[in-house]
Design a protein. Structure first.
Ligand code: CUA
Length: 155
């Protein structure tokens, strides 16, 4: 049986499309692997207290209108516990857990992250509205989970 020349071209074309799309999806999976998303920065959870920047948790001014909040989460508290930030500032939270999985959820914002021991979580947020923002742990972490909360005051 003779394949018509045109059919042959289209057959090759079809196969090529499949191969190319497989290559693209494969490449994307590979590229994703090579460049891990934020939140895959590692830390030894046993040595959080001795590992920078967590050896010195707190609120730090890093620029004209930028701040960093270096925070550790542990049963059943957030350190630092009192956070005060100016309205409109760009704030990067750098967080890790010293023991079990905790949550970092700020009521009235989109901030909601899982804080896993062994990993560093970074999230940037701007608080445009002044007020007191309730910070809650939203991952069950033990007997004191319900009490694990703090506030962020924006002025
Ligand atoms: Cu920490 Cu729930």
């Amino acid at each position: 049986m003779k394949i018509h020349r045109m059919e042959e071209i289209w057959l090759i074309f079809g196969v090529a499309i499949i191969v190319i799309s497989m290559a693209i999806t494969g490449y994307q999976a590979f590229a994703f692997d090579m460049e891990p998303p934020s939140g895959t920065e590692h830390i030894d959870p046993q040595k959080v207290d001795e590992t920078a920047p967590f050896d010195n948790p707190g609120v730090f001014k890093t620029g004209d209108n930028t701040y960093e909040v270096v925070m550790t989460l542990q049963v059943f508290s957030f350190t630092p516990n009192e956070i005060e930030l100016p309205k409109g500032a760009e704030v990067t939270f750098i967080m890790t857990s010293k023991d079990v999985v905790h949550g970092f959820q700020v009521a009235g914002t989109n901030l909601n992250a899982m804080i896993v021991p062994g990993y560093v979580q970074r999230i940037t947020q701007t608080f445009d509205e002044p007020g007191e923002y309730l910070v809650l742990c939203n991952e069950y972490c033990g007997a004191g989970h319900q009490a694990m909360a703090t506030t962020i005051t924006v002025k």
